[in-house]
Design a protein around this ligand. Structure first.
Ligand code: HEM
Length: 123
């Protein structure tokens, strides 16, 4: 019961992080002159904190350990650090610049790979 609650919360925060990343990138892309609203600056931090918190909670419940009994989880956490770094780069660079666009594409590849690893646990 608790497992399902935490897991579904984790997956909800996953969906929200992907939506907010896209919203921020595409708003900046379509209206480069307009700064993002305060809500769109604060909400992602709140959501990502909850994503991390539920992830740690799932580790506690499932006893999966990164590079211990769950290599997929270790790679997932490394990709998470890459997703954070590249996401910051994409959203700090001038809208429509090569840096912003490349950061967006790489960020999406990283986050979708994370979802794949968590879902299928291939190794
Ligand atoms: C961008 C960040 C993240 C994404 C996109 C993500 C994605 C997911 C998804 C989609 C699942 C459900 C997999 C399924 O369908 O069975 C999941 C489960 C899980 N995640 Fe995350 N996660 C993220 C961050 C984290 C973090 C930071 C941790 C740990 C510190 C973590 C630990 C776990 C664990 C232990 C499970 C449980 C797997 C299971 O019970 O089968 N996740 N994650």
């Amino acid at each position: 019961m608790q497992y399902l609650f935490v897991k579904h919360s984790h997956m909800l925060f996953v969906a929200v992080t992907i939506i907010l990343f896209n919203l921020r990138f595409w708003l900046r892309f379509s209206r480069p002159e307009k700064p993002l609203s305060g809500v769109l600056k604060v909400l992602p931090h709140l959501n990502d904190t909850l994503l991390l918190f539920t992830g740690l909670w799932l580790m506690k419940i499932t006893h999966f350990t990164p590079f211990g009994n769950a290599n997929w989880l270790g790679v997932k956490i490394l990709l998470l650090l890459a997703y954070i770094g590249i996401g910051i780069m994409a959203l700090k660079a001038p809208p429509r610049s090569a840096k912003a666009n490349t950061g967006y594409v790489l960020g999406m590849i990283f986050v979708l790979t994370i979802v794949y690893l968590a879902r299928y646990k291939p190794f």
